[in-house]
Ligand binder design. Sequence first.
Ligand code: ZN
Ligand code: ZN
Length: 228
Amino acid sequence: MPRRYDLQVHTDASPCSSTSPERVAAVATAAGLDGIAVTDHDTLANVGAVQNAVPDGFDVIPGVEVTTTEGHLLALDVAETPPKRDPLTVVDHVHAQGGVAVLSHPFDALRQYYETDLDALADAVDGVETINSRCVRHRFNQRATAFAAAHGLAATGGSDAHFPMEIGRAYTTVEGDGSIVDAVREGCVRPSGRGRYLSGHVATKFHQFRTATNYAVTNVLAGGPLRR
Ligand SMILES: [Zn+2]
Ligand SMILES: [Zn+2]
């Protein structure tokens, strides 16, 4: 049976998530996955905590979702957080430390996306995330799929989970016992799962609303103004 990895999972080290590393570990294990990549925004801070919380045999790949000057980029199997620079510089940084570089929801026009130097980018990266569960429109993932195929790049899937119930909605499958990271590098992976999921965004809005409300309530109790 192929192994399944959700290659894009956030924890509360990302500003838009409040899921603890322990909860991520528990839910990912319960979802029947073989592993996940922890990919918080521009930080590796919670990778160790997730690694400590999973059972033996469950893979946790240290990753970062890097904010480049264009789109987001998944740096997988890295020990250092790449700088928030232009995409090609970020890819070089990832490769210099032996990691793989995957374009994250590259053409999602409702979030950060890529539009310049696409051929150079295709030559530089190892893969493209072609199923991202948080793409609201099918065509965003469809364009990523076409781009990966046109350039012969590995196609990956990730839930982009910011909440526990999202983990495993999309994932990447690999045959055999080799490392998933090597399989991405060699183009021997397949994306799977659901690519369109609205309630995650609704939950994010609710999370932001609740955070704002907590702030207002705390502030009023403290006698401060209602707004920052
Ligand atoms: Zn992103
Ligand atoms: Zn993400």
